[in-house]
Ligand binder design. Structure first.
Ligand SMILES: NC(=O)c1ccc[n+]([C@@H]2O[C@H](COP(=O)([O-])OP(=O)(O)OC[C@H]3O[C@@H](n4cnc5c(N)ncnc54)[C@H](OP(=O)(O)O)[C@@H]3O)[C@@H](O)[C@H]2O)c1
Length: 276
């Protein structure tokens, strides 16, 4: 029986067990996927003991993503690019680290907004935290002409731009409206809007009609930010798809089967979000 888990501190809120549990059942695979609350000071020890404890790998959530990156024996480019790991697996006794947030975000964007095109118009990113690194990396890899970063704390945006080079430009948080109207894609990577707390203060009135608006917050499924964009007739992409797609590579590595993100799985997670 293959065993995988998600580690975090806290970890109770994680919906990963629901996602992987659904796939294990759907494909009739004998395996388990559990939540493990691991204190920050215990992460290195926990990861060193993965094989001995019978695990084939794990997911890593906050605040352990940098520690997991550091603990790995091998790092995939997706993790090196953002100096953080969210997916680990054992390969010939060595611990391999990847970051599947980039894959999850870009796969979902391609699925929910096919044909988006940032070759001739900028991409605007709100936020410069861990998730922003993964998403900026995705757009740079996808050939975006310019990625504009707006963050409340400008120095964090500058550090992000330093990591990815001259195609990433930094703007003041106050300029997020004026400098995003011509954007091909606008993405909220901040925690604003989670449980309807806070507002991003974006006025979509003068935005280009082809702008695709994405949020990575997925509670509620349609944030106020997405609702306002949709009411202006813009195409929107919700954050749940990113969560589901980022889980695919880990499941494949641990359990040897490429899972599919289905509407049934989406509905299962939506029901959980809505407390049904
Ligand atoms: N859908 C998914 O699969 C997925 C994956 C990863 C993360 N997420 C979600 O994405 C969000 C960000 O995650 P993260 O790991 O990047 O977090 P993080 O590293 O803590 O970064 C948080 C970001 O939000 C900004 N922020 C927070 N409160 C703000 C406020 N009141 N006004 C302006 N900016 C504010 C921060 O700005 P400062 O730098 O100024 O503090 C920073 O840019 C979380 O809600 C997380 O749940 C979703």
């Amino acid at each position: 029986m293959k065993r995988a888990c998600v580690i975090g501190w806290p970890v109770e809120h994680s919906r990963s067990p629901l996602v992987h549990g659904y796939w294990l059942k759907t494909y009739g695979i004998e395996g388990t996927y559990t939540k493990e609350a691991v204190r920050p000071e215990e992460v290195a020890h926990f990861l060193r003991s993965l094989a001995a404890d019978g695990y084939v790998g794990c997911n890593v959530t906050l605040p352990h993503k940098a520690a997991a990156f550091a603990a790995a024996d091998e790092r995939q480019p997706s993790a090196t690019a953002v100096s953080a790991a969210n997916t680990l697996w054992l390969q010939d006794g060595r611990l391999v680290a990847a970051n599947t947030d980039t894959y999850g975000f870009m796969t979902n964007l391609n699925a929910q907004a096919p044909g988006w095109d940032a070759r001739n118009a900028p991409v605007s990113i709100l936020g410069a935290g861990g998730a922003a690194y993964a998403i900026v990396y995705g757009f740079i890899e996808a050939g975006a002409k310019e990625v504009r970063v707006f963050n409340r704390t400008r120095t964090r945006a500058e550090a992000l731009a330093q990591t990815f080079g001259p195609r990433v430009t930094v703007f003041d948080w106050e300029d997020r409206n004026a400098q995003s109207r011509d954007a091909a894609v606008l993405v909220n990577t901040t925690a604003i809007g989670m449980n309807r707390e806070g507002t991003l203060g974006i006025d979509f009135t003068a935005f280009d009609k082809d702008c695709v608006v994405a949020d990575i917050v997925y509670v509620p499924l349609e944030t106020d930010f997405l609702a306002q964009a949709r009411q202006r007739g813009l195409r929107t992409v919700d954050g749940l798809g990113m969560l589901l797609h980022q889980a695919v590579p880990g499941f494949e590595k641990w359990f040897g089967h490429t899972p599919v993100v289905t509407n049934e799985l989406r509905d299962l997670i939506i029901a959980d979000i809505e407390g049904r």
